[in-house]
Design a protein around this ligand. Structure first.
Ligand code: GAL
Length: 389
């Protein structure tokens, strides 16, 4: 009996060692030279990339991909670890640089394990030489009702990012694009009892004046991105007013707060997952509708000034599964470095029942007249952009 057990144990060990050798072998072998949207994407250590709802910063010849670290199981999209960072020089092969913003053990800290740190984005401030991370923050155990903004800062791109604060944006500031008649108007009392869920409300209640309800405590800020213009001015674009309306808010010169200037865009259109980029003199927006983790049809829009007017251009996706954004939701548009006209649409394919299994859908942005177009590719590479590089 004892001998049987020893033999069994030896066989078990041998199989394990061989499996480990194999996985090491596979890990060393993976060298990508193309994108395969929706497939598992391994980092240079052979582990699946864990950087969801992320954004990319190009700095001194390298790309840095920051994203949410998801964990297995129910609730695995909450922040149990923090924000990850990966680097790459070719956009295909990514090296894991570890956790750059970490959750805290202290239950009274806003970053306490189990809070929500969503859609982190990092930008570089050329005048202060600092790297600044913004994200959508929600307090542990309170769902999305706090809808706050978080800010952290680092001396180097690879972190660690030091927590600064979480807060509701723009308390006491009115949007600059509302008519004179609304400036002194009080919110409809119904706004305080209206059963908002974050999902879209038919016959949108714009007349409730949600931004007026939030004037003193600050505006709700959920799904978000950051955009830095060529002149160095930076903007926070976020879903506000119970997700009904997006805001574009100008950041202060140090990117650690606001100037106070902001506008409301697409009022009552319930958009989230905003991504923004500039092509020539035109600003483009791609986002989604509000159906939580379930995919829906993407939205797009164009403007000649970031302050609008923004013209909606409809769903940029075409072909099979276009109505579901190819089973994904936008997170960022990456301008390919050293080009003027090459942009990558980055999206997440969520797996809410086991968030760590979420996949990445990257597709080339195409232009058709003034419209943006997104088409599915099983695989593609940067030569796609060759004619215009
Ligand atoms: C999505 C949103 C995600 C996350 C999720 C939670 O619509 O884009 O960032 O907040 O809802 O339900």
């Amino acid at each position: 009996m004892k001998q049987h057990f020893i033999i069994f144990f030896m066989i078990f060990l041998a199989i394990r060692v061989e499996a480990q050798e194999n996985s090491r072998y596979i890990a060393q072998e993976i060298k990508y030279n193309q994108f395969t949207p929706g497939e598992i994407w391994y980092d240079t250590d052979g582990n699946p990339i864990n950087a969801h709802a992320g954004g990319i910063l190009f700095h001194e010849g390298k790309y840095y991909w920051f994203g949410q670290i998801m964990v297995p199981g129910n609730g695995g999209s909450d922040a149990w670890v923090g924000v990850s960072c990966y680097s790459s020089t070719d956009l295909y092969n990514w090296k894991n640089l570890g956790v750059v913003l970490s959750v805290e053990d202290d239950p009274s800290h806003p970053l306490t394990r189990g809070c929500k740190i969503e859609r982190p984005k990092v930008i570089y401030n050329a005048s202060t030489g600092k790297f600044i991370m913004w994200w959508h923050h929600d307090i542990k155990g309170q769902g999305h009702r706090n809808a706050m903004t978080g800010i952290a800062v680092s001396e180097g791109v690879e972190g660690p990012y030091e927590f600064i604060r979480v807060f509701r944006p723009l308390a006491e500031f009115l949007p600059s694009n509302i008519p004179e008649s609304l400036k002194d108007k009080q919110p409809d009392p119904l706004v305080y009892t209206f059963p908002f869920t974050g999902g879209s409300v038919p016959n949108h209640p714009d007349s409730l004046l949600i931004f007026k309800r939030d004037l003193h405590q600050g505006q709700m800020a959920r799904d978000m991105t950051l955009f830095v213009d060529e002149d160095g001015a930076a903007y926070h674009i976020y879903s506000s007013e119970e997700n009904s309306t997006l805001h574009i808010a100008e950041l202060s010169e140090d990117y650690l707060g606001y100037t106070g200037k902001y506008i409301r865009i697409f009022p009552g259109r319930f958009m989230e997952a905003p991504a923004l980029f500039k092509r020539g003199s035109q600003y483009y927006f791609i986002g989604s509708g509000c159906t939580g983790w379930a995919p829906n049809a993407a939205r797009s829009a164009v403007a000649s000034s970031i302050w609008g007017p923004w013209e909606e251009l409809g769903n940029p996706c075409t072909g099979a599964d276009a109505e579901l954004t190819f089973y994904s939701q936008s997170t960022f548009i990456l301008p390919v470095a050293d080009t003027t006209d090459a942009f990558i649409f980055m999206a997440d394919r969520w797996h809410p029942e086991n968030p760590v299994e979420g996949r990445y859908v990257w597709l080339p942005v195409q232009f058709e007249g003034k419209k943006v177009a997104l088409k599915w590719h099983d695989s593609w590479d940067l030569n796609h952009f060759k004619p215009i590089r």
